[in-house]
Design a protein around this ligand. Structure first.
Ligand SMILES: Cc1cc2nc3c(=O)[nH]c(=O)nc-3n(C[C@H](O)[C@H](O)[C@H](O)COP(=O)(O)OP(=O)(O)OC[C@H]3O[C@@H](n4cnc5c(N)ncnc54)[C@H](O)[C@@H]3O)c2cc1C
Length: 381
């Protein structure tokens, strides 16, 4: 048993913590107020390798393992939860491409992601369906040797800013077997975007993206035709542990700030930290955050070892964002009236974390996946 990180991972974490404190944390709230992606952010993240974590070094990436990618997500999200979506999206999309695309395709698509020249998004959800994604309806209509994409994707993180992405579309009949995955350039002549007005994640945003006949060729198909779900999405759920760490880091930052405040704020002649009614809930959340973090790292470690990690990753997906949101809520209350204002980022952390109780699959869907593993598929269809 070893609960430690390697020396290399520890020094990566330390370096990243310094970068994030200086270059990310100061903008967490102001970017939210501005409600837009700060143009220089992607370049800054790319400059320290954060957009190429899961991209091979030969293609300009870091070639990092999943555990180290988890460290990156924690450190970035601790300082600026929303900046971490750029790291997460790049890791998700490049993982799909690296695992399923040909060498020629990888050489075409991955270096610009690593360099921060291309912001990628993942296009799965549609207005009529999210959880039940295998029923998706965006059409890939035959057009000569290729296809044209017709239909709407919605709730797409970074959808306003993305240059490219993995789009799931129906090339065949009903069900999962009729779905293919394409890597597409979002040519604005064939794509219309509409930004959401959201509770959180305001600096990176979500959007509805309408595909008005965007042409795609055989060379844009990832894996085989009809393999979009069965092939491309297989083994992909480790990302749920990255999302867990992202949320836990923001929850931990909220609790850490609350502990600092509890040492200083005085009520009834003593620091409020001396009231166990105040300190014990913080202790409880610090405990839950730590336990959920172990679960996330176990999932990532298992993926790195080539072991099955579906149960751990999906346990992490339902539990970590929930614990993190509850911890952020408790931390907000610790600040009294100040916690409810923009003077501190507690309220924003809570708003931002809640998004990932839904994004990438809700708690119910993650529990359904775990139930299939624990009970058997016939009991959790
Ligand atoms: C912050 C954020 C970021 C997102 N980013 C992206 C993105 O980048 N790309 C993308 O494609 N999508 C994205 N999404 C969409 C997200 O993946 C979907 O919202 C999610 O999968 C749920 O789908 P839905 O909203 O259609 O809810 P529905 O599927 O309509 O579900 C509604 C409710 O019913 C519950 N439910 C559904 N089926 C069951 C069942 N069998 N048992 C019990 N309960 C059930 C759900 O848990 C939910 O509570 C994002 C969403 C958010 C909030």
């Amino acid at each position: 048993m070893n609960f430690g990180f390697s020396e290399e991972q520890e020094s990566f974490r330390n370096e990243l913590r310094g970068f994030a404190a200086k270059r990310l944390a100061p903008y967490y709230q102001s970017d939210d107020w501005a409600g837009r992606l700060r143009p220089e952010l992607i370049g800054e993240l790319a400059g320290v390798g954060l957009t190429g974590m899961r991209i091979p070094p030969a293609l300009g990436g870091q070639g990092a393992d999943c555990t180290t990618t988890g460290i990156a997500c924690e450190e970035v999200a601790r300082a600026d939860f929303n900046a971490c979506y750029l790291v997460l999206n790049a890791a998700l999309v490049s993982e799909i491409v690296a695992a399923n695309a040909t060498e020629e395709q990888q050489a075409r698509w991955l270096p610009p992601i690593a360099a921060g020249q291309v912001i990628p998004s993942l296009f799965l959800t549609e207005p009529e369906l999210g959880s039940d994604a295998a029923r998706l309806g965006l059409r890939a209509e035959r057009d000569g040797q290729g296809w044209r994409l017709v239909g709407e994707k919605t709730s797409i993180t970074l959808g306003v800013y993305a240059h490219a992405g993995v789009v799931f579309a129906r090339t065949g009949g009903p069900g999962a077997q009729g779905v293919s995955a394409f890597f597409v350039d979002l040519d604005d002549r064939y794509v219309t975007r509409a930004a959401f007005s959201d509770l959180g994640n305001r600096s990176i945003g979500r959007a509805s993206v309408h595909f008005d006949g965007l042409p795609v060729g055989k060379g844009d198909l990832i894996g085989r035709e009809g393999g979009g779900f069965v092939q491309v999405m297989k083994g992909f759920d480790y990302s749920r542990a990255l999302i867990g760490l992202m949320c836990l880091a923001a929850g931990q930052a909220a609790v850490d700030d609350a502990l600092d405040y509890a040492r200083e704020r005085v009520a009834f002649g003593q620091p409020i930290g001396r009231f166990q009614g105040l300190s014990f809930p913080l202790v409880e959340y610090a405990t839950y955050l730590r336990a959920a973090r172990h679960l996330c790292y176990e999932a990532l470690w298992r993926k790195d070892e080539g072991l099955d990690h579906t149960v751990q990753a999906n346990m992490a997906k339902w539990w970590a964002p929930k614990v993190a949101a509850e911890a952020a809520h408790q931390a907000l209350l610790t600040f009294g009236h100040v916690g409810y204002s923009d003077e501190v980022p507690q309220g924003q952390r809570l708003r931002d974390i809640i998004g990932l109780e839904i994004g990438d699959g809700t708690a119910q869907i993650a529990k359904l996946v775990v139930a299939r593993e624990l009970l058997g598929r016939e009991y959790a269809p």
